[in-house]
Design a protein around this ligand. Structure first.
Ligand SMILES: NC(=O)CC[C@H](N)C(=O)O
Length: 348
């Protein structure tokens, strides 16, 4: 007998087994990654989403805090074909509902055919199908989470590697994965992590060598303040961005973003560099994309599968952004050189 339900758009209800109890709602997305479940579940970019793993077994190498990308789980719920006790217990302790023993191929096919969709989840001995449907009917469109930055950003400025020998980086935390600051610190940078709504004066106080806009959840158009920083500093300070950061930079400089049908989430997304013609494998997690880079940014890298922009640059203005995740947690590690390139722009 089922003790968990996943309700998807069209009021279809899929039966499952409860692995961590509770009710939740969010945008239903899938990742094809076969490793990296700890990193994905702690990636702030999954805020307000329900994460389905297409790989059939999740949790086979345990749960270790050293692999976390932030201090909590961000997806509202997790869905897998089979989830180990380690992961189920972790999610239960975090209050995040989890379900397994359902056909995740069916969910992936549905999302690929119909596009990203809302869902409701109810798991545990006392829940009903109606509980999952009620959650679904309360679910908001991703773009309607207008202040999602406040849910994931630091409240106060945090400084990493104070007195470091390298560049001073102002990292605007729109929901940053921890390994972005780590990758900069490993290269001797002094990293000032700013709240997502930091002002020009806040940033000016540290006189940065590089303004870096992080990854983050939801619609990039809801990160207006970060866009204003880009507008203010472009041309004066080199600019870098990862994922949502690329989208914010593009929007601020006259470009446009749009919602993709079902996004890219996984660890084997092929990206071609248009100058070297080299293809690298990348880690990705995004549902929006740059539809028009505007006239200040050149598209220097594209996704081999669908030609969407993966890298934007301007050599004169010192701008480098990436739609994928060069910090590579989980890997592949093909693109770690991005951090050397952006710190190179900052004079290192
Ligand atoms: N990982 C990210 O920064 C995601 C960016 C944005 N929230 C998107 O879905 O496209």
């Amino acid at each position: 007998m089922a003790d968990a339900y996943v309700a998807i758009e069209g009021d279809r209800v899929i039966e499952a087994r409860a692995r961590a109890p509770g009710t939740a709602r969010g945008e239903l997305v899938f990742t094809t990654a076969y490793t990296g479940y700890e990193e994905s579940l702690t990636d702030p970019s999954y805020e307000e989403q329900v994460l389905t793993f297409s790989y059939p077994l999740i949790g086979n190498y345990g749960v270790r805090e050293e692999r976390f990308e932030s201090d909590r789980v961000h997806p509202r719920a997790a869905v897998a074909r089979e989830m180990t006790d380690d992961v189920a217990e972790w999610l239960e302790s975090e209050g995040i509902p989890a379900v397994d023993h359902l056909d995740t191929r069916d969910i992936v096919t549905e999302i690929r055919d119909e596009g990203a969709m809302k869902c409701g989840i109810a798991a545990g001995p006392d829940v009903t199908e109606q509980d999952a449907l009620d959650e679904l009917h309360e679910c908001k469109h991703m773009s309607d989470h207008t202040d999602i930055g406040a849910q994931v950003s630091v409240d106060e400025v945090e400084v990493h590697n104070e007195g470091g020998d390298g560049a001073t980086v102002a990292l605007v935390d729109c929901g940053a994965k921890g390994s972005i600051a780590e990758s900069l610190v490993e290269r001797d940078a002094e990293v000032h992590v700013f709240p997502y709504d930091a002002t020009e004066d806040d940033v000016a106080a540290v006189d940065p060598d590089l303004l870096f806009i992080s990854n983050g959840p939801g619609d990039p158009e809801n990160f207006e303040q970060a866009g204003e920083l880009v507008e203010t500093y472009v041309g004066d300070v080199p600019l870098a961005g990862i994922c949502l950061g690329q989208q914010v930079v593009a929007n601020a400089l006259g470009g446009e973003t749009e919602k993709m049908e079902f996004g890219h989430r996984g660890v084997n997304q092929p990206v071609r560099d248009l100058r070297s013609n080299q293809v690298v494998m990348t880690t990705q997690n995004h549902g929006y994309t740059v539809a028009d880079p505007g006239d200040k940014l050149d598209v220097t890298q594209i996704n081999v599968n669908d030609d969407t922009p993966e890298g934007l640059e301007n050599d004169d203005l010192n701008i480098i952004t990436r739609q994928y995740h060069p910090e590579a947690n989980p890997g592949p590690h093909d693109s770690l050189g991005f951090f050397d390139d952006v710190l190179g722009m900052a004079g290192e």
